[in-house]
Design a binder for this molecule. Structure first.
Ligand SMILES: [Mn+2]
Length: 349
């Protein structure tokens, strides 16, 4: 951790963290409310009386300051440092607060550092990987469980709720994001919201879900068919599955995010569904369910060992339906380790 802070302090005198995830990453404080400040070799955590005790227990080595105005207190420290240059998370501070810190600190130059700060979280430690693996295992168990639960007549919301309940009962601390469980023609919506629609024979059912373990997220997607799959459904399913496999085969240290994306995209294009794959192939997963690195046509990030990314191509045909299959992988030197063993054979329930 110190090395990562040193990296950020190389060209700056201070780092001001205002997001719950970066505060947690760099200080271990999980309360979410406060401000973390690295100023030279001093480490501060400003929080209010609701969190002081927790903060002192978690943020070992930090000076925990109880205050009702985190930013003002942090600014007093910055103001006392002549020639201060502070990195801030420009996407994690409101316009109002940014204006405030600029007016409170006269002799400090604030630099937008969100990308640089967030990039420090890309490569995971073994401890972080263990937490992500555990969360993904719970997801896989939930998927097995839900296969017995899905029947014609139950509604999408019931499937989503059952997945969430099962994950929490089996070791999850929380859900990582709002569960997606959609069916029939509605599966053409990549991020559809579960509704009262009842499951019918012949439906695709797409489920995208995840949980957290000690703050770390999991993320997986499976699509199943209720009843017998039609030829068209099989064709789409296999195109997505093979595109995903083609991408999984090339993900390793050294490949750029855009090149991994292209492998899956080219496969789907050749299968004749190019216009129906309109999102990125994948995203990093850690304390946030969407973080760096991105696997997208624009991502120049070169993958390195122990980054965690999803691999999730999809085909979505309006007024027909869609398929997405998503695994989570750890990037390794000469390949990737798949954390999502749940079957990808086409399932007909
Ligand atoms: Mn995902």
């Amino acid at each position: 951790m110190n090395k990562k802070i040193d990296e950020l302090l190389k060209d700056n005198t201070s780092v001001l963290l205002t997001s719950p995830h970066n505060m947690r990453y760099f200080s271990n404080f999980s309360g979410g409310e406060g401000v973390v400040l690295f100023a030279g070799d001093k480490k501060f955590l400003f929080t209010d009386s609701r969190y002081t005790e927790q903060a002192k227990g978690e943020a070992v080595g930090f000076l925990v300051v109880e205050t009702n105005d985190y930013l003002k207190s942090a600014c007093e420290v910055l103001e006392s440092d002549n020639g201060c240059r502070a990195l801030i998370e420009e996407n994690e501070i409101s316009a109002k607060d940014y204006t405030r810190i600029c007016s409170m600190v006269k002799n400090c130059e604030f630099t937008f550092g969100a990308e640089k700060i967030n990039a420090q979280r890309m490569v995971k430690t073994e401890t972080e990987l263990e937490k992500i693996k555990k969360a993904e295992e719970i997801g896989c168990k939930a998927f097995e469980h839900i296969l017995d639960f899905i029947k014609p007549g139950i509604c999408e919301k019931e499937i989503a709720t059952e997945l969430e309940y099962f994950m929490k009962k089996n070791g999850a601390d929380a859900i990582a994001f709002e569960t997606i469980a959609i069916s029939g023609k509605r599966t053409s919506l990549p991020h559809g919201v579960p509704g009262d629609k009842k499951i019918e024979k012949g439906d695709f059912v797409t489920m995208d879900f995840g949980c957290t373990v000690d703050g770390y997220c999991s993320d997986m997607t499976r699509t199943v068919v209720v009843g017998k799959a039609s030829d068209e459904q099989k064709k789409i399913y296999n195109a997505v599955r093979n595109a995903q496999q083609a991408a999984l085969d090339v993900i390793c240290e050294g490949i750029r995010g855009c090149d991994a994306d292209k492998v899956a995209r080219d496969y789907i294009e050749r299968a004749g569904y190019g216009q129906y794959f309109r999102h990125s192939l994948g995203h990093g997963v850690g304390l946030l369910v969407h973080e760096l690195p991105n696997l997208s046509p624009k991502s120049e990030i070169v993958l390195s060992e122990n980054m965690v990314t999803s691999c999730e191509p999809g085909i979505y045909i309006p007024d027909f339906g869609g398929v997405r299959i998503e695994d989570l992988v750890v990037v390794r030197k000469d390949g990737c380790e798949n954390l999502t063993p749940a079957t990808k054979e086409i399932i007909e329930l």
